[in-house]
Design a protein around this ligand. Structure first.
Ligand code: ATP
Ligand code: MG
Length: 388
């Protein structure tokens, strides 16, 4: 079986933008398998065919496709001429010594010109398999489904499907910038936006040389894992320690966390605009910590005109942890580090920072210069998967 047939999320891809979505998906599949022996990736009447060369292992390709957003499911496929004898013979050949307690054949005609209807074709092919293998037919709960897709000039058959990751093809929803700490939440937030088709730039604030480089190492590892889902990432590293020091010198302790966050948002806004991102993303969750009350979220949000997307806002920690574990970011996130938020952080941050107090504290700081300098000095690192 030399191909993989990929099915995309039918509903999301409807409408007149469909060809554009599909070409994105095709390009993303090409890129995700660029180092494997994949001979072609081509759109094909409502599906995408991935043609495997002799040294491409299905397992390897499967692993890659399981991270390409926009894919609903996929399966290893064989092809045959549009002829029931030929299709049945090819299926039997590829089934080889395979055994199953029960099976059914399920047919879809993508091209309705084939002169038989699907149930008839199912009976014809199913009958031949039953005769040759002696298998039991079970239409309701088959242990194996042989799927046959009748296209205009040929037929494909598969013996089972793997689930894709769903979502929309990377790049189809534009760019966003995610504030990525070394914590558990923000990598999950970044991933959620990737799943919805966004290219996610990653922005990390660190307090080196006031603290160690550990948080930067951590976000690099996180960026590597996340890049497996969008294939290319930019990570911006912003030195934040000096700004925190200035805040500490001029603002009352309970306000500091909100002031740090507003500075982060402003700097991320600069970087986002410069790199074509139309929204900011954070891992904030209502009520999770003192800085994430409704009042504080609104004061933090008012530091930018860009929308702040908070894909985790209504999730419980448990749910976020489960998702982080699935993605492979959890293990990295729980490594000890020195996050910038541990630097100069008060014991009792304000849960309802008053807007006037925040304005007053900020009026004593050269906010514009601080933001411009930090944004301009940000370092960019590029990540690529499978290659840069
Ligand atoms: P996380 O697990 O994402 O660190 P958290 O529960 O620790 O979240 P906070 O520390 O309050 O929550 O941070 C809230 C959000 O602010 C984070 O999800 C992230 O988007 C952003 N953020 C916090 N610290 C940083 C940082 N050092 N660099 C970039 N973004 C940050
Ligand atoms: Mg954090």
């Amino acid at each position: 079986m030399e191909s993989i047939v990929v099915h995309y999320q039918e509903i999301a891809l409807k409408g007149k933008n469909r060809p554009w979505f599909i070409s994105r998906l095709v390009n993303n599949v090409r890129r995700a398998t660029s180092d494997l022996d994949v001979r072609a990736v081509r759109p094909l009447a409502g599906r995408v065919e991935v043609v495997l060369g002799p040294s491409a292992g299905y397992e390897q390709v499967r692993e890659r496709l399981s991270r390409v957003f926009g894919i609903a499911n996929f399966g290893r496929a064989g092809r045959a001429k549009l002829d029931l004898e030929e299709i049945s013979a090819a299926i039997l050949r590829d089934l080889g010594e395979m055994e199953t307690p029960s099976f059914r054949v399920s047919v879809k005609r993508a091209d309705k010109r084939f002169p038989m209807r699907s149930p008839e074709i199912e009976r014809e092919i199913g009958g031949r398999i039953k005769l040759a293998k002696g298998w039991k037919v079970d239409l309701d709960r088959p242990a194996m489904t042989v799927s046959v897709e009748m296209l205009a000039t040929e037929a494909f058959y598969t013996f089972g499907k793997d689930r894709g990751p769903g979502g929309l093809p990377t790049g189809s929803s534009g760019k966003v910038a995610c504030l990525l700490s070394g914590g558990i939440d923000s990598p999950v937030a970044a991933w959620r936006m990737m799943k919805r088709g966004c290219v996610v730039h990653l922005v990390h604030f660190h307090s080196y040389p006031f603290l160690s480089r550990a948080s930067q190492e951590k976000v690099r590892e996180l960026a590597q894992v996340l890049t497996r889902y969008q294939q290319r990432s930019k990570l911006f590293l912003v030195a934040f320690g000096e700004l925190q020091r200035q805040v500490v010198l001029s603002a009352p302790a309970p306000l500091r966390v909100v002031l740090y966050r507003r500075l982060m948002v402003r700097i991320a806004d600069r970087i986002a605009r410069r790199h074509g991102a139309r929204a900011l993303v954070t891992g904030e969750v209502i009520g999770q910590v003192a800085s994430q009350t409704l009042e504080n979220l609104s004061i933090i949000g008012s530091a930018t005109d860009l929308p702040i997307l908070r894909p985790l806002v209504g999730m419980d920690k448990e749910e976020i942890v489960a998702e982080a574990s699935r993605l492979g970011t959890f293990e990295i996130s729980i490594e000890p580090d020195q996050d910038c938020c541990q630097l100069f952080t008060p014991k009792h941050p304000a849960t309802r920072a008053a807007r006037e107090a925040v304005d007053e504290a900020e009026s004593r700081l050269p906010i514009e210069a601080m933001v411009a300098e930090a944004a301009a000095a940000a370092l960019v690192e590029e990540f690529g998967f499978p290659t840069l």
